[in-house]
Ligand binder design. Structure first.
Ligand SMILES: Cc1cc2nc3c(=O)[nH]c(=O)nc-3n(C[C@H](O)[C@H](O)[C@H](O)COP(=O)(O)O)c2cc1C
Ligand code: SF4
Length: 594
């Protein structure tokens, strides 16, 4: 390491006050400066933080965005999802290969470019998309690639300048706003209403609204806040989950782009209700381009007295928000992994209990809520619990932001009342031809046309919002295979059922898709899927088999049709054998419920 490099690492460590919990930021800064983290840099960071170098190495190895070896100065990561593929990502990949003279996963001989696939980058409404260092390119056609590469050649260096590169525009994509997102946007409206009440009354209002978490699991937000408030700790924390890693979802991106004040207002209300002084936003690394605009909003809020000391003149209420950038790991959306990552560690899920409400960030009581949940909280405080309950169903109050993508005329974000059917949502998005809808991303459910009358609601189709639409010409089983691959890539590897199971499931699906599977192969894949669901340690492994189990349930005829020619097919056996899948998913198809 040159003296310059050594001095730079020392400065970076000092910038973060040699704080071990900021290791993610420190490594990110070193990686951004040098393009990778060398052995010398690892040792220098470890020495600066007074920890063992193995701890630093271990952390780096966990995250897709960190490298231990030099890569291209310009790093092109092309989004690889069923949605990007149906919009031509394969052709775009071939065009990049031709323009750069390298294959996927390779670095050019002059060290200028690295080209690779990456998991969904939160742009399903404008695929094919790519991350180029920190810049997002969208709606890339194969024909655009020569101009993109030419622009990137003229702008070497780690950070590709936005304006100079074609396709470097992210559209906001809010197609339909409802009661949550329409109306004046007063940055402190909800907070002012909250500060007029006691913290307990704020929590009671959130509980009375029946707000349930918008990240997917649907836990009652008021209950979470109450548990966090009453938990003992030196400090309490408010954490916002902006990891948005579920393929096909991008509604939090839209909220952070257009409604950041509502997100921060909701977090500050939570800070008041919980007795917290610190808020943390975990922003997925793919959304790094939002970092500066979000910092600007935070700064304005400080100027307006909406953050900082004695907020809005309320003596003793001090609260501020820090944004932590992630580094490319889907599992970090799981709340306990997210907390580990916020602490600057590998994003491995924690054993629960204790839950974060009791022992979260730095072992202190922490409320982790989704971006949309905070937006709802801000509006509830401004407009009242009754207003919120006026929308939706008895068990699912309010509205839901749905991210719709794929084979539909109008992809984008739709704010819909809970209780809307899949059919109604498809009508709005121009997806009437749909032959298959994947609700709630790969970890959710495959829904067949016979079930398009089902409702988006916690009591029927529970969802974080991802809605991927596929037309009749798409290969459902090939899509399920792509989802199975996603889970292989994203498994953190900690527990055997998930680490080994996801790989075996992918192999099983490969055989099925290739038409080489017999009925017993399919049954074995299903049995394995159920085992992985039951035995995995965290939500990732528990839901990894869902694309297989739910396509088996919704499209048994496709599995039968793809069986090895000559296989014995007792026509009633396959659907019957899927009863186990239904049990594991805990949900009956509508026809059976009726
Ligand atoms: C693998 C995995 C990924 C997850 N990703 C996210 C995510 O990106 N955003 C999110 O809000 N919740 C995500 N969750 C759910 C969180 O663990 C947690 O339930 C949620 O952040 C709580 O917020 P809410 O109550 O407002 O929904 C994920 C869960 C799992 C198992
Ligand atoms: S289930 Fe998968 S992601 Fe979760 S701890 Fe086990 S290996 Fe890691």
């Amino acid at each position: 390491m040159t003296p310059d490099d050594a001095a730079a690492v020392a400065t970076i460590v000092a910038d973060f006050a040699a704080d071990r919990s900021r290791l993610l930021d420190i490594v990110e800064a070193v990686q951004r400066r040098s393009g990778f983290v060398s052995d010398d840099a690892v040792r220098a960071i470890a020495a600066g933080l007074r920890i063992h170098a193995v701890e630093v190495e271990d952390m780096i190895s966990f995250y897709a965005f960190f490298d231990r070896q030099p890569r291209g100065r310009v790093r092109i990561r092309l989004s690889k999802t069923p949605i990007s593929f149906l919009h031509g990502a394969e052709d775009v990949a071939r065009a990049f290969e031709a323009a750069l003279g390298i294959g996927m996963g390779e670095t050019s001989a002059d060290g200028a470019f690295t080209l690779q696939w990456t998991s969904d980058i939160g742009m399903a409404d404008q695929e094919p998309a790519a991350l180029v260092n920190g810049t997002v390119l969208t709606r890339i056609a194969a024909g655009d690639v020569p101009a993109i590469v030419a622009a990137l050649r003229h702008h070497p260096g780690h950070d590709a300048p936005n304006a100079a590169v074609p396709n470097a525009t992210v559209r906001s994509s809010l197609v339909q706003a409802g009661p949550l997102l329409t109306g004046p946007l007063d940055p402190g409206e909800g907070l002012r209403a909250a500060l007029a009440m006691t913290p307990d009354a704020v929590i009671a209002t959130i509980s009375a609204s029946n707000l349930r978490g918008r990240g997917g699991a649907g836990f009652p937000t008021g209950t979470k806040w109450r548990l966090t408030r009453k938990a003992q700790g030196q400090d309490h924390y408010v954490a916002c989950n902006a990891d948005e890693g579920e393929p096909g979802t991008f509604k939090d991106r839209v909220l952070l782009t257009e409604f950041a004040d509502l997100v921060f207002d909701g977090m500050t209300i939570a800070g008041y209700a919980l007795g917290a002084r610190h808020g943390l936003v975990y922003l997925r690394g793919e959304y790094a381009y939002l970092w500066e605009p979000l910092q600007a909003v935070l700064q304005t809020r400080r100027t307006l007295g909406l953050l900082g000391a004695d907020i809005l003149g309320h003596a003793g209420f001090d609260f501020d928000i820090r944004i932590q950038l992630g580094a490319g790991a889907y599992v970090c959306g799981e709340e306990s992994s997210m907390i580990e990552s916020l602490e600057g560690k590998r994003g491995a899920p924690r054993d629960r209990p204790p839950f974060p409400t009791e022992r979260g960030y730095l072992q202190q009581p922490t409320a982790v809520d989704n971006v949309e949940s905070y937006v709802c909280a801000a509006r509830i405080m401004a407009k009242g619990a009754a207003w919120f309950k006026g929308y939706g169903t008895a068990a699912s109050s309010g509205t839901k932001l749905m991210s719709v993508s794929g084979d539909c005329a109008r992809p984008g974000v739709y704010e819909v009342p809970f209780g809307i059917t899949v059919n109604e949502l498809l009508d709005r998005a121009g997806g009437a031809e749909a032959a298959y809808v994947q609700v709630s991303g790969p970890s959710g459910q495959a829904v067949a046309p016979k079930d398009f009358g089902r409702r988006i609601a916690y009591e029927d189709l529970s969802t974080g919002g991802s809605t991927m639409v596929f037309g009749p010409h798409r290969d459902v089983l090939a899509i399920a295979l792509q989802f199975a691959e996603f889970f292989v890539d994203e498994s953190c590897g900690w527990c055997v059922p998930c680490r080994v199971g996801t790989t075996l499931l992918r192999e099983g699906m490969e055989k099925i898709v290739a038409g080489r599977a017999t009925l017993s192969d399919i049954t074995a894949t299903e049995t394995l899927a159920n085992t992985v669901s039951r035995m995995s340690r965290c939500g990732l492994g528990q839901s990894a088999p869902n694309p297989i189990l739910t396509t088996m349930r919704s499209f048994p005829e496709l599995y039968e049709a793809r069986m090895q020619p000559g296989s014995f097919v007792p026509r009633v056996t396959l659907p019957e054998s899927l009863a186990d899948a239904v049990r594991v998913q805990g949900r009956q198809p509508v026809a059976e419920e009726a």
